[in-house]
Design a binder for this molecule. Structure first.
Ligand code: HXC
Length: 259
């Protein structure tokens, strides 16, 4: 499939790398980009050879937000009916394989929200995160007011949403928004390394882990614990569990077959 706003490639026969590719607009998000991203994610999710997906941008920008030149002309009716960039936002949430965001440069507005839709964020030391919509007379519209406080707490989320300031990679790591920070020239290797590590495990177990952790952000603690318990028990029906535990007991490397 050929795309205009993203590029895709496969690494090590099992990691799909999707790169946002609107360099002249710092990867600003528009409907075409989001449609292409949705199609690529769905395709890789359905491909049994793929175990993990990495979403990345350029060195200067992961994504500098929704495309302001498009939104500038919107009436309320346009915004409401068109559902700009969010009309297939839930596609990202529906992806069952792990998705890692490898972020360098700006991740602002919809770009920060897109990174937060991924399962975890690995940041380069030049990354800058923010929800600067307030400067445009609007507020975040793709989950920022909900996911950011869950990631960094109310104080910092309010600070970012109300002042529009940017947070650098070190602050984002301290706040819990990103899982690791690495030098810019190591970002792609670090993300690929994590993705390959994930691919080497049982695909059933990695999908179950993702599903269970995501439950922590929905419903009650008791429901989440019960959901985890049932998935945990179900994994004992897999060949991969037998293999993983047998390998440990017999002091050998495990070879998972994703069954
Ligand atoms: C359209 C954008 C853009 C955006 C940058 N560009 N961000 N175009 N939409 N969000 C364009 C610039 O207009 C410019 O085009 C080119 O990219 C390079 O940007 P510069 O501003 O020249 O670069 P720099 O001086 O380095 O500043 C980088 C920046 C700044 C700090 C990231 O571009 C910026 O503040 N961008 C806007 C960030 C923002 O407000 N994001 C939130 C958007 S609202 P030309 O043609 O001049 O070279 C949003 C809502 C999401 O995301 C919810 C939707 C449902």
């Amino acid at each position: 499939m050929s795309y205009e706003c993203i590029t895709t490639r496969i690494e090590g026969d099992k990691v799909a790398v999707i790169t946002l590719n609107r360099p002249k607009a710092l990867n600003a998000l528009n409907d075409q980009l989001m449609d292409e991203l949705g199609a690529a994610l769905k395709g890789f999710d359905a491909d049994p050879a793929i175990g993990c997906i990495v979403l990345t941008g350029s060195e200067k920008a992961f994504a500098a937000g929704a495309d302001i030149t498009v939104m500038a002309k919107f009436s309320f009716a346009d915004a409401y009916k068109g559902d700009f960039i969010t009309r297939n936002w839930e596609t990202i949430r529906s992806i069952r394989k792990p998705v890692i965001a490898a972020v360098s440069g700006f991740a602002l507005g919809g770009g920060c929200e897109l990174a937060m839709m991924c399962d975890f964020i690995i940041a380069a030391d030049n990354a800058k995160f923010g929800q600067p919509e307030i400067k445009l007379g609007i507020i975040p519209g793709a989950g920022g007011t909900q996911r950011l406080p869950r990631a960094v707490g109310k104080a910092k989320a309010m600070d970012l949403a109300l002042t529009g300031r940017m947070m650098d990679a070190a602050e984002a790591e301290r706040a819990g928004l990103v899982s690791r920070v690495v030098p810019l020239d190591k970002l792609q290797d670090e993300a690929l390394g994590a993705a390959l590590q994930i691919c080497a495990f049982s695909q059933i177990a990695t999908m179950a882990a993702k599903e269970a952790v995501n439950r922590a952000f929905e419903g009650t603690l008791a429901d989440g614990i019960m959901f985890e318990r049932r998935l945990f028990h179900a994994l004992f029906a897999t060949t991969d569990q037998k293999e993983g535990m047998d390998a440990f007991v017999n002091k050998r490397a495990a070879h998972f077959t994703h069954q």
